[in-house]
Design a protein around this ligand. Structure first.
Ligand code: CA
Length: 237
């Protein structure tokens, strides 16, 4: 029998796959902590970084739904980072102590979605985050590829309108693929994200679940095997 604490933790981790992910780039630790705490309490999954270079690396490794970006950062500042982020299409809200009109205009011209001036009210922050996410349909709970539709709220998967029965692991595997369309995922990454355990080199578990998922969705071609790596969900975009 699984101890309750363990199963609670597992359920929380399973939910994290569906959670909206926010990257906080802020070098003032008390403010970063406040943002992290408030947004985590509101149900978002947050990562904090204190410089622009690390943030540029992070957005290549992980899919973020929103970035909260401080303007005054050591090294690459928020405006410079924004020029790098703009083509990626990730929504950005600038957070800064500088209340100068020209900074607001510059941030918005660079493609930021909104602007918050420190000190800010948590309620205002949450409202602005929600508005930007809604604008980008990041709160959308429906993901569709061909005739396969996944509702991440109800965790119901349908193919051509018919419900597909997936196990919890198969479901999490499917969501992981959908969040990483056209990206080759290492077996190790798949294992660690779906099973939440350290990968010990046994690929049969991953292979078996991929085979089951392919069969259930008719995705033999779509979930391609990548030699010496793992698998990739192939989607025309
Ligand atoms: Ca700063």
């Amino acid at each position: 029998m699984i101890p309750p604490a363990d199963s609670r933790r597992r359920r929380r981790r399973e939910r994290e796959i569906d959670m909206v992910k926010i990257l906080i780039v802020e070098d003032e630790k008390p403010i970063a902590d406040l943002l992290d705490m408030s947004l985590t309490a509101a149900g978002y999954s947050c990562d904090c970084l204190d410089n622009g270079a690390a943030a540029a690396d992070a957005v290549e490794l992980k899919r973020y739904d929103l970035i909260l970006l401080d303007v005054m950062l050591p090294g690459i500042d928020g405006f410079e980072l924004m020029e790098y982020l703009a083509p990626l299409g990730i929504p950005v809200i600038f957070i800064t102590a500088r209340n100068a009109v020209k900074d607001k205009i510059k941030g918005l011209r660079l493609g930021a979605d909104d602007y918050i001036v420190k000190p800010f009210e948590i309620a205002e922050l949450l409202a602005r985050v929600e508005t930007v996410l809604r604008r980008y349909h990041k709160t959308e709970s429906r993901i569709a590829v061909d005739d396969v539709v996944v509702d991440t709220q109800s965790r119901v998967v349908t193919k051509a309108g018919e419900t597909v029965q997936l196990t919890a692991k198969e479901y999490n595997l499917l969501v992981l693929f959908l969040q990483n369309k056209n990206i080759a995922l290492f077996r190790e990454t798949i294992y660690e994200r779906v099973w939440e355990n350290e990968y010990m080199g046994d690929s049969r578990t991953v292979d078996l679940h991929v085979q089951r998922l392919r069969k259930k969705l008719g995705w033999q071609e779509r979930i391609a095997a990548v030699y010496k790596v793992g698998y990739r969900l192939e989607v025309e975009e």
